[in-house]
Design a protein around this ligand. Structure first.
Ligand code: ADP
Ligand code: 5GP
Length: 219
């Protein structure tokens, strides 16, 4: 997929803006690898430091998911209109559904001064990397296929069909993560506490920066 020229304009405008020194964080990894679990812990431990860029998806909401918080849940017609209007920074198909990061969603977080988190699958990573959008790329890797399948099943969110579709995409994601320079950091999420400490280590300078900016503004 191509990134639209409008998106490039937006990205350039962005990179030229006098914002905080930290970059947005693009986090990726197979479905079930533990991205949400790690990020939720991070958000809880460092309130006010992070915010998700809320994506659009044509997937149906899971139990407990809220429109506008977890995703903007839209139908295909709305999604395609946004694509045609150049509303997305990137978008991709995953497991039979469309997912996209809108320019507005990124802008909203960036202007808040918090660290913007983009949780995207492999094609989203590739599409963003093809632009001059400057980000930190992190891959969350499951310890094994067996563990991943067990976790996905344990999460209880997938049908047999959607589970199979998700597992079918795993090898491609693992192979891409091995490409030199694909990601800045790879976190193997075997023991959750170890993985979390690694994530914290990667982002600690950015967290300190956000906190320092916050206190400066407060003065
Ligand atoms: P993702 O956001 O990458 O799709 P989740 O964060 O939803 O993955 O994790 C999938 C499931 O695996 C969840 O039920 C979560 O509680 C569990 N899980 C995450 N990390 C670990 C871990 N290190 N050990 C065991 N279970 C885990
Ligand atoms: P889920 O349906 O489990 O919420 O997400 C499925 C996959 O879609 C995950 O790998 C997640 O990272 C990815 N995803 C979520 N939002 C976006 C997005 O805006 N763009 C892209 N390319 N992928 C996304």
């Amino acid at each position: 997929m191509r990134v639209l020229p409008q998106a490039l304009g937006f990205i350039r405008a962005y990179s030229g803006r006098a914002m905080a020194s930290f970059k947005p964080v693009v986090i990726s990894g197979p479905s079930g690898s533990g991205k949400s679990t790690l990020l939720q812990k991070m958000f809880k431990d460092f309130p006010g430091c992070f915010e998700f860029s809320v994506s659009h998806t044509t997937r149906k909401p899971r139990e407990g998911e809220t429109d506008g918080k977890d995703y903007y849940f839209v139908d295909r017609a709305v999604f395609e209109k946004m694509v045609a209007d150049g509303g997305f920074l990137e978008h991709a198909q995953f497991s039979g559904n469309c997912y996209g990061t809108s320019k507005m969603a990124v802008e909203k977080v960036q202007s808040s001064g918090k660290i913007c988190i983009l949780d995207v699958e492999i094609n989203g990573v590739k599409n963003i990397k093809a632009t001059d959008f400057k980000a930190k790329y992190i891959f969350v890797q499951p310890p094994s296929m067996e563990a991943l399948e067990k976790r996905l099943r344990g999460r209880g969110t997938e049908t047999e069909e959607s589970l199979k579709k998700r597992l079918d995409t795993v090898q491609e994601a693992l192979d891409y993560a091995k490409v030199p320079g694909a990601y800045d950091h790879i976190i193997i999420n075997d023991d959750l506490d170890v993985a979390y400490e690694k994530l914290k280590g990667i982002l600690c300078t950015d967290i300190q920066q956000v906190q320092a900016d916050f206190y400066k503004k407060g003065r």
